[in-house]
Each structure stands twice: as C-alpha cells, then as structure tokens.
Design a protein around this ligand. Structure first.
Ligand SMILES: Nc1ncnc2c1ncn2[C@@H]1O[C@H](COP(=O)(O)OP(=O)(O)OP(=O)(O)O)[C@@H](O)[C@H]1O
Ligand SMILES: [Mg+2]
Length: 350
C-alpha cells in the first residue's frame, strides 16, 4: 500500500510565489495522480491559494466567506480549534471538494481553506502550547505543534493514499510552525534578489537554530524547543528558483543573483546536509547540488495572471485569449506550453 506524502511550501520571505506555486503544483499533481486524494491545507490567513483553487475573482471571495463564517468554520481554523479542544478532529468535516466549486479542477482535489481568523487564534494556541504540563506524560507544546502533522497521516478512504500540499504565511507565527512541522518535505521558493538570499539564513535559523544560540533568548526559540522535545522536522526537497528565467533585459543580472542564491543554499547544505532529503547520487560540488536540489520555475507572465484570476490550471489553458476584469489578455501558445512543461516536470519529481 502506498504511503501518504506531505509537502510544505515555505520561505520566510513574503511574495516569493508560495501560494502561486501551491496552486499550480496541487492542481497539476491531482490530474497526474488520479489514484491519490490531494489535499491543500492553506495555513495562511491571506488565503490566496484557497482563492485561486476556488476559481479566483469575486466568486471565490464569497465562497471563502461562506466557509469561514460557519459556527464551526470549514477551514484550517475550524480543524485546529476542534483538534485543540478534543485532541483530534475529523478530516471530512473540514475539507472542501474543489471540483463542485471550480469545474477546471479534477475530482480528487480538496481544500482545507485558509482563514483570516488564524491571526486571532494564534495567541490562544501559543498560550496553550506554553501551558504547564499536568502530568509527567502531558506535553502541551507537542500537542499543539503536531496538530497538522497528525492530520497529514489521515486518508479520506483506506485504499487511497493522500498527498498534502501546505501553503504558508512568511511569518514564523505559531500557525506557520504547525504548518512546517506538518510537512515531511519542504519546498523553498526563492526569487533572484538580495532579500531572498538573506532569507535563506533566516529559514535555517528559524527551523533548526543552525547559528549560534543567543544566551538569553535562545532557549525560547522554536528550534530549541523542537530539539528538546525530539520533534521530527521536514527535510528540504527542492529549492524552487521562482521567476529565475525572465525574458527581458535583466537576464544577466538575474543569473548572477540566482547563482548567488544557489551558492548560499549550497553553503547551508555543506554545513547541514542532514536538513536535506537524502540524495541518491553523491553531492561533491555546487553543480551536483544544483542538479539535485534546484529547480527553475520560469516567469508565468500573462499565463500566471489568467491562472490566478480564473483558478485555471496551466494544463487546461488552451485558449489564445482570456478576459480578466474586462481586459482581454493574450496568452501565446508557446508561452502556455512552456509554463505547463515547467510545472509538469516539477510535479513528476514529487
Ligand atoms: N512564476 C511566476 N510568474 C509570474 N508571476 C508570479 C510567479 N510566481 C508568483 N508570481 C506573482 O507574484 C506575486 C506573489 O506571488 P504569491 O502571492 O504566490 O507569493 P507568496 O509567497 O504566496 O506571497 P505571501 O508571502 O504574501 O504569501 C503574485 O502577484 C503572483 O501572481
Ligand atoms: Mg501566499
């Protein structure tokens, strides 16, 4: 019997494409894997990937509002609240089958919707996680931090394995910590810019506490608590160089920055190889590293605008022009094909 899989898409830098990538890979992955149920867990209060999956535009906003305003919200907030109160929660109560809402998607794709109220429950979750244990076996910090991890071993039916894709917020809020702990594998989107390169060090520090610990604050960090509790953390699967390939004039400067980003990640790899998924071939230099762990995602240009606005997977984009907020947008066949190939080749590696 095949196992469940879970991928968390995170970088502590905002706007690098986490939600866009989540939408594209989940929609295409579900098409290519009809024998699996594919569930997107949107752990970001902005709920951007939820909107795209629910068809984009105003209708998806209304649908999202309907889900999150139920007494027991049909969202990540509903699930986390029930799991906190009862120790567990039924998956089926909180998922939304997507095809009924967005006919462009396949029937094995589901969503646990994002919810702005994640921000509101965050202090309450932190308070519970930091509560004094009631007995020698009670562990409130682990109970709260493993809510999503325990979810991702669940299935909708016994004979069908699930693959989970977890979208995140860039902040390292407690709900982001739950999201990161929830994934077995970490996909790290980065852009070719300086702040993305700096963010790589931050990412290692926040998850694993890889640099020198502060004498006072060090013991309060997620990393030191995770280590003290022996909590298993995800391994980095791929670095996704999002929009590394741009057609316009800046291509040369982009290459320099994307090389620098890969060099930075390689230096983290040489110091912390155990934070990465084990490679089947030996990694002896930066070029081996790049081939194994780095994938370039091209700029989706107008195809990306249409996809996000209409919740249309690249695989289904077969028209030459689309109307977005009253404007006709052309998407050349060549461009559609290139974007589709990029996502399909990434999905094949998952
Ligand atoms: N490959 C791409 N090609 C073109 N546009 C892209 C691409 N990836 C992302 N974008 C655009 O960049 C912007 C930011 O993307 P997105 O919202 O996915 O980032 P994010 O990391 O989820 O942001 P946040 O940190 O706010 O959650 C969006 O307008 C999106 O359409
Ligand atoms: Mg996002």
């Amino acid at each position: 019997m095949q196992e469940n899989k879970s991928y968390v898409i995170w970088n502590n830098k905002g706007g690098v494409g986490k939600s866009t990538i989540t939408f594209h890979i989940a929609s295409v992955y579900a098409e290519k894997n009809p024998d699996r149920d594919v569930i997107v867990i949107d752990m970001c209060p902005q709920a951007n990937s939820s909107s795209m999956l629910m068809g984009g535009g105003k209708d998806s906003e209304a649908k999202l509002q309907e889900l999150i305003s139920k007494d027991e919200p049909q969202s990540v907030v509903g699930y986390i609240t029930e799991a906190t109160l009862n120790g567990d929660a039924p998956l089926k109560k909180y998922i939304t089958p997507l095809q009924a809402i967005n006919a462009n998607l396949v029937s094995n794709l589901y969503l646990i919707s994002g919810d702005g109220n994640l921000e509101l429950i965050a202090p309450l979750l932190s308070e519970r996680a930091e509560a004094t244990p009631l007995s020698a076996t009670d562990n409130p910090w682990i109970k709260i931090h493993t809510i999503i991890k325990k979810l991702t071993v669940k299935r909708l039916s016994d004979d069908r394995p699930c693959t989970y894709f977890i979208d995140t917020n860039p902040s390292f809020a407690i709900y982001t910590q739950l999201a990161i702990v929830g994934g077995e594998k970490l996909l790290v989107p980065i852009n070719a810019d300086d702040s993305s390169i700096f963010a790589i060090t931050g990412l290692f520090n926040l998850i694993w506490g890889t640099s020198v610990m502060h004498p006072v604050y060090g013991k309060y960090t997620f990393a030191s608590k995770a280590e003290a509790h022996g909590l298993e953390l995800p391994k980095i699967s791929f670095l996704l160089g999002n929009r590394f390939t741009q057609k316009k004039g800046a291509a040369h400067a982009f290459k320099a920055l994307s090389n620098e980003a890969i060099a930075k990640m390689y230096s983290e790899f040489t110091n912390n190889p155990d934070k990465f998924e084990l490679s089947s071939s030996p990694i002896s230099d930066i070029s081996d590293f790049e081939k194994t762990y780095s994938i370039e995602l091209r700029d989706f240009n107008s195809a990306g605008v249409v996809a996000a606005n209409q919740g249309l997977p690249l695989s289904k984009m077969d028209k030459h022009s689309y109307v977005v907020y009253g404007e006709t947008i052309q998407v050349a066949k060549e461009q559609r094909e290139l974007c589709k190939d990029t996502i399909e080749s990434l999905v094949e590696k998952l």
